[in-house]
Structure formats: C-alpha cells, structure tokens
Design a protein around this ligand. Structure first.
Ligand SMILES: [Zn+2]
Ligand SMILES: [Zn+2]
Length: 307
C-alpha cells in the first residue's frame, strides 16, 4: 500500500509541480491502482512511472475545478489504447457524469472497457470485503469532498507449525481453524481457533482531502488516520488569503492532523509562489504543530506499512 504523488501543485501546471493527481497503489492488496483526481497531463506524469493505466480500477474526483479534472478524459481514452479492458468506476461530485459524457461523446471517443460514473453524496460510497470508502463535504468555493479509505481488519495467519506439533496434518482441519471454528479431534481433544491463529491484522486508514478551508469535516475524515493528505496552498500567516480563496495554510493542515490524532501528515496542493527553497520552510511551519509532517513532491512515494 503506497501513495504516489503524480501532481502536487495548486491551480495551474508549473515546472516544479504539476496539478493534482494522487495514485493510491494497492498492487499487493488487490492488484489495482486507485487514482485521486486527474489534473491536466496526469497521463504524461504516469508515463514516467511504473504505473500501468490498465491497473486503474477506480478514480475518485474531489471536486470539479479544472486543476483536478482536466486530465481525466484523456487518461480514460488512452487507457483503451493501452489494452485496458477491465471496468473503471469514477466517483465524483454532481456534474462529473456530464463532464465525462460530453468530453467523450463530442470527441467521438469509444472506450473498449465498461465505465461507470457515480455521482457521490456524503456517506459510504464504496464497500467490499477489503475496503470501505467514506466521503464528507469540505469547505471550498464549489462542492469539494474528502475521502477516508478504511482497510478492514484481516484475520491473523494460521500457526501451521503449532498445529502440526499438536499432531494435526494440513487439510480440512487447517481450513476450519482458519475460518475461526472450534474443532474436536477424533481422540476427543478440542482445538480452539484462538490458540492456532495469530492476532488480527489491523487495517490501515488513509484520508485524502480535496481543496478546503480549515473545517470540522476534515477532522472527522482524518480521525486516527495512518496518513492524512491535506492541502496547504499557503504558508502560515496567510490565513486571510487562505480563507478568501477557500484554501488552507500549513498550520491549519497540521492542526487538523494534530486534533484528529493522525499518525502522519503529508502537505500537498502547494502554490507555485513557493519555490524549491521555500518548501523546507513550509514543512518547518507545519512541524511546529505536528512533527510527523512531510511535503509532497511530484513522483514522491509514501509507504503505508502494516501495523
Ligand atoms: Zn485545486
Ligand atoms: Zn479547488
């Protein structure tokens, strides 16, 4: 499970930072990549990585500002040419359906794979046996959402050696124990699954937020997250600018991480007014409030280790 930043800048493409796109790599977990936002030239950024567009299973759009969606139609289209045949689901605010439909139909683009577009509301928008994705509305000039991705706990591994020591050979009993069933052997001995299965593997939580002012829902999304990805368009001291343009400062992002009990914070959506020399300062500001802070850069990867 890794986060890979394809674009980390605010507003417009810049030489040092392309506009927003974040790949959530779940290759080990489900052989898939989930994409969060697709700013212009996201597919060009992907060309410089090992990410295969056909692996993209889901695309989550935070909001409809151009710097988060202008790369989407091209990416969807190219995925067809690159051998993508498996279904893609796009989640996004109301209007995302029309945007995709108009872009693809006017350009007479025909996809060779099934595409489902889901317009979201607050709540759990996706759930399977592995993950649940919850969304909440943030505070931006237009509806902007934050996503909280919760990996479900998994049962611990079977302690096969211990079972064999107890004289049980691999087979149906192994399976029953792994499924949490109590087994009575032919000789009358009772095997409790708790003794032969390791502790549950705790699921991880990642919160990826769209553009936003400091707000209550950001706190809820970031609650106890292993990684919070929060915009920090402005440096501390620019609270008025941040408020007027519906964005956050480094301090505000760090304050959300602190209040929410997140484990790690990564700042992104950095304004191009800050050149490379200023990035360290932005991190320092956030670390005054929340020490475990990093700043995103294009092509940076963050691993989210097992607990
Ligand atoms: Zn933006
Ligand atoms: Zn925006």
């Amino acid at each position: 499970m890794e986060i890979f930043f394809l674009g980390t800048g605010a507003g417009m493409p810049a030489k040092l930072r392309n506009v927003t796109s974040i790949a959530f790599k779940l290759l080990e977990e489900r052989g898939a990549v989930w994409l969060f936002d697709a700013g212009e030239a996201t597919q060009h950024q992907i060309l410089h990585t090992s990410i295969k567009p056909r692996r993209i299973e889901k695309v989550f759009i935070t909001h409809l500002h151009g710097d988060h969606i202008y790369g989407l139609p091209g990416l969807l289209s190219s995925r067809s040419f690159q051998g993508g045949e498996s279904e893609v689901t796009v989640y996004g605010p109301k209007g995302i359906k029309e945007y995709i439909h108009v872009s693809l139909s006017l350009s007479q683009t025909y996809l060779k794979y099934p595409l489902t577009v889901i317009e979201i509301d607050e709540g759990v928008i996706f759930e399977d046996e592995q993950f649940a994705v919850e969304v909440r509305l943030l505070e931006h000039g237009i509806p902007s959402y934050g996503y909280r991705i919760v990996e479900k706990d998994r049962p611990g591994t079977l302690l096969a050696d211990k079972l064999m020591e107890a004289g049980v050979q691999p087979g149906p009993i192994f399976r029953n124990i792994k499924n949490g069933e109590t087994v009575t052997l032919e000789d009358g001995r009772v095997l409790e699954p708790g003794e032969f299965v390791g502790p549950d593997q705790k699921g991880r939580v990642v919160a990826i937020l769209g553009d936003t002012r400091y707000c209550e829902n950001a706190l809820l999304l970031a609650q106890d997250a292993d990684l919070l990805i929060h915009e920090a368009t402005f440096s501390k001291g620019e609270e008025k600018l941040a408020h007027d343009y519906f964005h956050s400062t480094t301090h505000q992002a760090a304050d959300i991480a602190l209040q929410a009990g997140s484990k790690k914070l990564c700042l992104t959506h950095i304004s191009s007014r800050y050149d490379r020399n200023a990035w360290r300062e932005l991190v320092d500001e956030a670390q005054e409030v929340f020490p475990n802070t990093e700043i995103a850069e294009d092509f940076k990867e963050i691993n989210i280790p097992l607990k």
